[in-house]
Design a binder for this molecule. Structure first.
Ligand code: SF4
Ligand code: SF4
Length: 155
């Protein structure tokens, strides 16, 4: 009896699958599938998709990273290393500044805890996603751009 029930369930499952396939076959203009990579230029990822951690810079090459290390502490697997330096401000104070923001792309689990923990909103998860490389060392990235500086309102 159980053998017959199994056959019935398999047939019923197969028929539902075929019904769905038939539906898309008859209504091919409404198909949900993406013609990737042919649609690269028009492809829109889901708003919640996370592809690459980015340190935001404005047009004057300024960022909002104070080098506080909160993102490094929040990261559960050590994908972020904040290297800092000391800088004398105009009023003679010795302040901590970001020297290099190192992100290990190959280790990141895209949990976004670093973005959420940043007190100045300096980080963002961008939606780029094609990162296949031949040498995994290139997945160790410096996120602060060359010559970039801390935004004046955060100094
Ligand atoms: S990105 Fe944000 S949390 Fe990370 S060091 Fe810079 S200011 Fe701190
Ligand atoms: S997204 Fe998560 S794993 Fe990736 S760097 Fe940020 S905190 Fe670390």
């Amino acid at each position: 009896m159980s053998y017959l029930k199994d056959i019935y369930r398999s047939m019923s499952s197969m028929l539902s699958g075929m019904q769905l396939t038939g539906h898309y076959f008859m209504n091919f203009r409404k198909a949900e599938t993406e013609q990737y990579p042919d649609n690269r230029l028009t492809l829109k990822m889901s708003p919640r998709f996370k592809g690459e951690l980015t340190l935001l810079h404005n047009v004057q090459n300024m960022h909002k990273c104070t080098g506080c290390s909160a993102c490094q502490l929040a990261c559960p697997n050590g994908s972020i290393t904040i290297l800092e330096k000391r800088e004398l401000t105009e009023d003679g104070k010795n302040k901590k500044r970001l020297q290099t923001f190192v992100w290990q792309h190959s280790m990141c689990t895209f949990c976004s805890l670093c973005v959420d923990s940043c007190p100045t909103g300096a980080l963002k998860m961008e939606q780029r996603f094609e990162f296949t490389v031949a040498d995994r060392k290139t997945l160790t990235k410096t996120l602060n751009k060359e010559g970039s500086q801390l935004a004046p309102d955060l100094r």
